[in-house]
Design a protein. Sequence first.
Length: 332
Amino acid sequence: MDKQIRWGILGAGRIAQKFASDLKLVEDAELFAVASRGKANAATFAALYPAARQYDNYESLVQDPGVDVVYIATPHGLHYEHTMLCVQHGKAVLCEKAFALHARQAKEMISAAQRQKVFLMEALWSKFIPSWQTMMEMIGNGKLGEIKNVLINFGFIPQAPVADRLYNPALGGGTLLDIGIYNVFYALSALGKPDHIEARMTPAATGVDEQCAVLFRYNNGAMAQLFSSYSTHLATEAGISGNKGRLRLTHRFYTPETTVEFYPGRADTKTIVPVQHTGGWGYHYEAGHVGECLRRGLTESPVMTHADTLMLMETLDEIRRKAGICYPADEA
């Protein structure tokens, strides 16, 4: 493969715009093509983030021989359909989280990519940002001792005009797959797969979860409390605590902008952990990693593996089962 990685973006919404903006920070990466369902949307996007080619349908994008890899930025209820479209045309894929609506879809997507021998990775961008890596280094180095509990909340009140995907069951609406997935990911990162899961939700008018409370329990006594909400603005922070110290990731804990605080003792022992962030929204870290994987001829990331995606998806499935969160795709 040429040194320059030529990206296609499928979907032209807000997250696609952030990703396109961050591609400018990736050495040897180029925004080559963008596709939207409407010609006007694609043209508007391309005016803000110039691409050599703009398409008003997704099929033309995946058939373009100039595209090396496709970033799928559509609602997660459409990820299965769009990933399969790309893979069937031999395109490498970086698919936005949540990777799919359930583990069965995820397994089919991964199997299809393996058959076609094309690269496929879930775009769980937090795993590549410096603040998450700092957290994991401190856990791995024993700075916190044995992790005993994780406390995470993520909540905001959607502002008008409210995006259809937030409450639409067909698109995997509700807090769990949109924002609660970050809570689950950070808990899995710190404590691993739980031995027991409890979950409850408050339904919105459409039946999806407007609020979701999750409890992970581990046989060694560790616990994680996770809460997501569209009903209130929450602090959106993460606390990781061990028997030797505690980490607090402040507001927007899942982004590069969070401040990492370390408490080696009581509440008044706070120190700020220096974290080196290179600017942008933070999507350039995962985009750069994908480029490295493609240049090496890999079909799977060694960082965000297919097994990682399946464990996350299976955990989300179990939370939905316990909380009673259902989508039409569950019956398909």
